[in-house]
Design a protein around this ligand. Structure first.
Ligand SMILES: [Zn+2]
Length: 232
């Protein structure tokens, strides 16, 4: 296993993490990191015209193409769109992956979402990080993975209470991100919702805020904002 640090983005549906954190992933790859995207479900029930089976196959092909553009390794878990729960099985599978990939940074869904799968994915990641770090869980004999830094992606569906707090300049990687983004039909606007417009505009606004062209922003748990100082 390479000693390069790993960033692992864990999304409820294929496309969630490419859209909301894809540029961050490219940025880390360019800095020498290994980047991974874990798809808990394919999001196979998202088509108005195709069967779940046909659309699932399409989403998988799109996810593989997008991962290649972004320089990431995709991981597909076998759960069902619209039925995700933070159950023991999925938590354990994610915990095993976190140990196997030696995750240093995890990007997950913010919990305040209009989509139940996204909130469930948030809970899955919280539990999996605890399990991966705790030596009392025997996960295929893998050593514990402690000290994982957890961030929450800026997803249009996860806006309830979301506050962007950490901004990363992505100006140099917007083109690569767009290529990966548009590997998905929905990323090209074919599903009717203007995903690229929303995400591109959002990163432009974040960029203006920190004085660069484009920035992708993430949030963190409030307790991580606590600062210890001797004086102000
Ligand atoms: Zn989703």
């Amino acid at each position: 296993m390479s000693e390069r640090p790993s960033i692992v983005a864990i999304g409820a549906h294929a496309a969630d993490m490419e859209f909301s954190a894809g540029a961050l992933l490219v940025k880390h790859v360019r800095e020498g990191w290994q980047a991974h995207i874990v798809h808990l479900t394919l999001g196979e029930k998202g088509s108005a015209t195709l069967s779940a089976s046909d659309y699932g196959s399409q989403k998988r092909r799109e996810a593989e193409a997008a991962a290649q553009c972004l320089g990431c390794t995709p991981h597909f878990l076998p759960y069902t769109d619209g039925e995700l729960t933070p159950s023991g099985d999925v938590v354990r599978e994610v915990a095993v992956l976190l140990r196997k990939l030696k995750a240093k940074v995890v990007v997950a869904h913010w919990p305040g979402s209009i989509h139940g799968d996204h909130s469930a994915a948030h809970d899955v990641v919280h539990k999996a990080i605890f399990m991966a770090a705790n030596r009392h869980f025997d996960l295929d004999g893998l050593p514990p993975a402690g000290g994982i830094r957890l961030y929450y992606a800026d997803n249009w569906e996860d806006a309830e209470g979301f506050e962007p707090l950490v901004y990363v300049d992505i100006s140099e990687v917007v083109e690569d991100w767009e290529k990966g983004f548009k590997c998905y039909a929905i990323g090209r606007g074919e599903g009717g919702y203007p995903y690229w417009d929303w995400y591109q505009a959002r990163t432009r606004l974040h960029g203006i805020k920190i004085g660069v062209s484009h920035a992708q922003a993430v949030s963190v748990d409030r307790w991580r904002m606590i600062q210890r100082r001797d004086t102000l």
